[in-house]
Ligand binder design. Sequence first.
Ligand SMILES: NC(=O)c1ccc[n+]([C@@H]2O[C@H](COP(=O)([O-])OP(=O)(O)OC[C@H]3O[C@@H](n4cnc5c(N)ncnc54)[C@H](OP(=O)(O)O)[C@@H]3O)[C@@H](O)[C@H]2O)c1
Length: 258
Amino acid sequence: MDFKLTNKVAVVLASSKGLGKAIATTLAQEGAIVVIASRNADELNATAKEIRQNTGAQIITVPTDVSKAEDANNLINQVGEQFGRIDILVNNAGGPPFDKFESFDDEQWQKAFELNLLSFARLSRLALPHMQKTGSGRIINIISGSVKSVLANSVLSTSMRMGIVGMAKLMADELGPYNITVNNVAPGLILTDRIKHTLPKDEDPEEAIKQRAANIPLRRIGEPKELAALVAFLASEPAAYISGTTIPVDGGAGRSIY
Ligand SMILES: NC(=O)c1ccc[n+]([C@@H]2O[C@H](COP(=O)([O-])OP(=O)(O)OC[C@H]3O[C@@H](n4cnc5c(N)ncnc54)[C@H](OP(=O)(O)O)[C@@H]3O)[C@@H](O)[C@H]2O)c1
């Protein structure tokens, strides 16, 4: 299937590592021009170099803290000035800390709101005029499988991601007439640095991964490129009639049937 992504301009946030990097790589393999953005400029440049070498695609780096309004404005202005269009926006960010409800104070709630909900709203709003101008667009939010079934200690993440599910549904409703689709991708357990850091320090990492995989129907943890493949499809022209959805990529781990 031809995804028809050649020379489309994609902005992928939080993309020096993990899911964002895999998404940027897959979009680049499909021929898109990809703008990658995260905080650490050295890591971002190293990632851009690697993706360029592996795909031959045009990769632009803009060091960005997605939770800062000034950085978000700068990013979208820079892409607008350089390309005059944004076809695909992949909203993504670092994850908030895991702990029990009682452990989080106002400051941590505020931080999670700015990083994991407000940043998605702000960047979508800033990118919107560039999509309306060309008469089409794709907004894809990377959230979490915890919006489908409860994950212990994920109260900050789940609360913000549930907000995105609601926001995306309303955006899909309002932006459909502009030929802009809005969808969420909900990872289950996908092996990235974030997941490696949550493994118990006193256990053998391979054993710990095996244990976590035991409850997943496919009996393994996912690979970032497996999530990236869905994102590339949602970004593609053939996915033009899919909007307002939340799709898990979880090896069957979510047991909910509604
Ligand atoms: N992996 C999974 O299984 C899984 C499951 C459910 C949900 N998720 C969610 O998916 C998202 C991505 O996770 P991941 O596993 O890919 O994490 P990761 O491997 O830790 O990578 C995080 C990326 O985000 C960037 N980042 C962090 N904070 C940022 C900020 N304020 N502004 C811009 N970029 C920022 C990091 O670069 P810098 O530090 O240089 O900024 C890095 O490139 C997270 O929100 C996570 O909670 C992941």
